[in-house]
Write a protein that binds this ligand. Structure first.
Ligand code: ATP
Ligand code: MG
Length: 809
């Protein structure tokens, strides 16, 4: 009879099939982009389940983002049906949170712990840097935070670091003090920062072998995607999880828990020594782009040493991209030395040439991107199948301005920063003050929000009283009369205390039973209303506060949605979910919109059409990478990640001038462009064209790469040898007479507001860029009204009436 997983092997190439079928302690799949690594991982999970070699609860799959986890869960579900429930498919961070929520009490934390995101840690570090006057030793909060994070990723703490550091250096001594204090403050607050989530789980497993054994017995199959980007702490975690159970202590009986952990014991052959979990990792060292966060490529290269007898499978056929795109990718990455040569091939054919474009300014570049997307869209491509990448978040602004004006639907992935907005942080702090009252930072944050007349003096008085009494900052609020503050302030504190107490009773009833998650939405509304927070915003005349109210409404919708999806979810579950919405993730559905994101965020994703923008020296490779060892090589891998996301259409664009941080710089084409064989790129507007049209300065001409048609796109002579290539205007490389006017900066600094401009079909209008045209139709409502205009020269365009640079004639 056919194998039960026969259908799962269909369509796989022999190597992929081997990787799905292999059964053994350790399997490493190494392969270039788009060769089906993630697909194989998914099928392997499905196969284990289908053949009943594993229960869903015995599988732990680690992905890089929550989005990737959701996708994998969906795909496994599609392959084998609903049995996928009970399986852990999550990021490292989410998996660790789930473990810590169950086990934190083993080492002095409460299960209601808070998770500090990087903004929260920064605030704490800032306070400590100030207290220790660490800036006198040149220690900035950013530097201290970065160093702490790096050390935690190496599983070092203040004490172990002090043993290796040069403690005769006062800067090092102060750093160690700040680090130690930082950790004490976290513990006191019953909080973990992001790096702790991993590091403390490793600590937990090492210190409590019985606890570790519970998970070692539970997870019989551990699978890790994007293994090239694991750091040391994550590596150690994988090691801990896959060790044979029962090595150290007697295994502890485990009740199996309730809630999320459905534990079905694995049948063990009687008498046999227990084996560690089987481990599968997949990765591509050419896509390692997180060295700056401690990722260690050696985790891949040393896998065979760490896991003796490991099976290694190489995949070489690429199923994602056309040959032209692949050839460009192969050509670029082959410039990195110290790598294993991989040759990706595809049988889908050459496909369209890569399109190149050089804009006069970033707005010109953005206009090209928008026009090109509209053309693709008219050709039948859905907006959701298009992505635009950039190196740094700040580059999105110019794109957004043009997209808004062209009424092009778009969505910024990872850059939303919704949860970083002040009002959202305030609201979350209110929830945290209820869920984890020992989190002093949260309580301090809301002390005077809205304004209650509670200033620094009172805050210090509360802290002092709490210390004297040996109670928490939160509990001190209940004794306002003992603080020695005036009656008005006393009343304000008492009122805040009462609101928090009321919300606590609603969301965390004293019986200890879990309140239904609808109480999160109700509790949030109660906190924001009774604290006076909403009233203060409503009464404000600051136009920004209107937007803040909308954002809070949005947060309330998020809590309601959470309640729908998690009927049993508590306020703590809600806070966890929010804390884990990482960089690369987004709560909203972007299927009808063009996706904008950084190249880092793009990892693992694929789109029919991809625009890589700002392909300039100092952006990609980024200026800060120039001085880092291995920096330019890592940037090249990042660029490789960017271009290998494209399935059919790849566009590479740059701008001759770029306004950033209040300065206009002359940009030079990225050295990576030069590495792509000239015949692969069809330049719509090359730097040469820009020369003849814009009549750029002599200095620019001299340094600008040659026109197309040579052995490379740029002519090898013309690119600078590394280092900084863009120069400020006024720099002597560019004549003083050179002026930004040469490069028409077509977008006003501020997006225009036409108010309620009335437009009807038949009206004639004039557009700043497109000239005159006739309105064919008007659709949409209010601020989203769109004019469909047929321009005399520029053709058909859709314009957002409110902001387009148009006048009615
Ligand atoms: P990356 O390195 O970018 O993460 P990857 O190696 O994980 O890429 P996948 O995302 O798994 O690659 O696969 C790339 C594309 O190729 C997907 O669209 C996938 O469905 C398709 N694919 C993978 N294997 C096959 C196959 N055997 N036949 C047809 N299509 C395949
Ligand atoms: Mg992948």
């Amino acid at each position: 009879s056919p194998r039960p997983d026969a259908d799962l092997l269909e369509g796989l190439n022999p190597q992929q099939r081997e990787a799905v079928e292999y059964r053994g302690p350790a399997l490493l799949i190494v392969a270039g982009a788009g060769s089906g690594k993630t697909s194989v991982l998914t099928r392997r999970i499905a196969s284990l389940l289908r053949t009943r070699e594993a229960w869903p609860s015995q599988i732990l799959a680690i992905t890089f983002t929550n989005k990737a986890a959701a996708e994998m869960r969906e795909r496994v579900g599609a392959l084998i049906g609903d049995t996928a429930r009970g399986m852990w498919i999550s990021t490292f961070h989410s998996a660790c949170v789930r473990i810590l929520r169950r086990e934190a009490e083993n080492f002095g934390f409460k299960t209601s712990f808070t998770i500090y995101d990087s903004g929260d840690s920064r605030a704490l570090v800032k306070r400590l840097v100030k207290e220790h006057e660490a800036d006198r030793y040149g220690l900035t909060p950013a530097a201290v935070q970065g160093k702490i994070s790096k050390l935690k990723n190496e599983l070092a703490d203040a004490e172990s670091y002090a043993r290796t550091a040069n403690m005769s250096d006062p800067a090092e001594r102060v750093f160690v003090e700040v680090f130690a204090d930082y950790q004490r403050a976290l513990t006191r607050a019953n909080a973990f920062d992001f790096d702790d989530l991993i590091a403390q789980t490793v600590y937990l497993f090492r210190a409590f072998p019985k606890v570790a054994d519970v998970y070692r017995r539970r997870f019989r199959h551990v699978l890790v995607d994007e293994y090239q980007d694991t750091n040391h702490a994550q590596y150690a975690l994988i090691h801990e999880l896959t060790r044979p159970p029962g090595e150290g202590d007697e295994p502890a009986p485990y009740d199996g828990g309730g809630g999320m952990m459905i534990f079905e014991p694995a049948p063990q052959p009687a008498g046999a020594a227990e084996a560690g979990a089987s481990l599968t990792v997949v990765g591509d060292s050419d896509q390692s782009i997180y060295a700056f966060r401690g990722a260690d490529i050696r985790n891949i290269s040393e896998f065979e040493r760490d896991f003796p007898g490991a099976k290694v499978v190489l995949l070489e056929q690429n199923y994602r991209s056309t040959q032209n795109i692949l050839s460009a990718a192969n050509a670029v990455i082959s410039n990195n030395f110290d790598r294993k040569e991989k040759k990706l091939w595809t049988d889908v054919g050459a496909g369209d040439p890569i399109v190149g474009f050089t804009g006069y300014s970033q707005h010109d570049e953005a206009q090209f991107v928008a026009d090109e997307i509209e053309a693709l869209h008219r050709g039948g491509l859905a907006y959701g199948d298009v992505a635009v990448f950039y190196r740094t978040n700040s580059q999105s602004r110019a794109l957004e301005e043009i997209f808004i004006r062209s009424a092009l639907p778009y969505k910024i992935m990872g850059g939303t920063k919704f949860y970083e907005r002040a009002e959202i942080k305030d609201a979350m702090a209110y929830l945290i003050a209820v869920a984890n009252p020992t989190d002093e930072m949260a309580v301090r944050r809301i002390l005077n929000k809205p304004r209650r007349g509670i200033g620094d003096v009172t805050e210090t008085a509360i802290a002092r009283y709490a210390a004297e009494q040996g109670i928490s900052f939160r509990d001190a609020l209940a004794n306002a009369s003992a603080l020695g503050v005036g009656p008005k302030i006393q009343a304000a504190i008492t009122q805040l205390d009462a609101v928090l107490a009321e919300a606590t009773a609603l969301m965390l009833p004293p019986s200890g039973e879990i309140a239904p998650s609808t109480s999160v939405a109700d509790g949030l509304a109660l906190l924001l209303n009774k604290s006076g927070y909403m009233d203060a915003l409503r009464a404000s005349r600051d136009p920004q506060d209107e937007a803040r109210l909308e954002n809070l409404d949005e947060l309330v919708s998020v809590t309601k949605e959470f309640a729908r999806n998690n009927p049993d979810g508590t306020v703590i579950d809600f806070l966890t979910e929010v804390a884990l919405v990482s960089d690369a993730d987004d709560l909203e559905d972007a299927s009808g919109s063009v996706s904008l994101m950084t190249m880092h965020t793009a990892k693992g994703l694929e789109y029919d059409a991809v625009f890589v923008t700002g392909v300039e020296e100092d952006l990609i490779p980024h200026r800060i990478s120039a001085n880092e060892p291995g920096g330019p090589a890592e940037e090249r891998r990042l660029f490789y990640v960017g271009i290998t996301r494209a399935r059919k259409k790849l566009h590479l664009s740059l701008a001759m001038t770029r306004a950033q941080f209040g300065e206009v710089t002359v940009a030079m084409p990225s050295r990576f462009l030069q590495e792509i064989p000239a015949e692969l790129i069809d330049w719509r507007q090359s730097p040469g064209d820009v020369n003849s049209r814009g009549g750029g300065s002599r200095a620019l001409n001299a340094r600008r790469p040659g026109a197309r048609g040579g052995s490379s796109n740029w002519g090898a002579r013309s690119l600078p040898e590394g280092g900084s290539a863009s120069r400020r205007f006024g720099d002597d490389l560019v004549p003083k007479s050179s002026s930004i006017d040469r490069f028409p900066n077509r977008i006003p600094a501020k997006v225009r507001d036409n108010g309620d401009l009335e437009l009807a079909p038949g009206d004639r209008i004039r557009h700043d860029d497109f000239g005159e045209g006739r309105v064919d139709a008007v659709t949409g409502e209010g601020a989203k009204r769109i004019a469909h205009v047929r321009f005399d020269a520029a053709g058909q365009k859709k314009l957002l009436i409110k902001v387009a640079p148009i006048v009615k004639l």
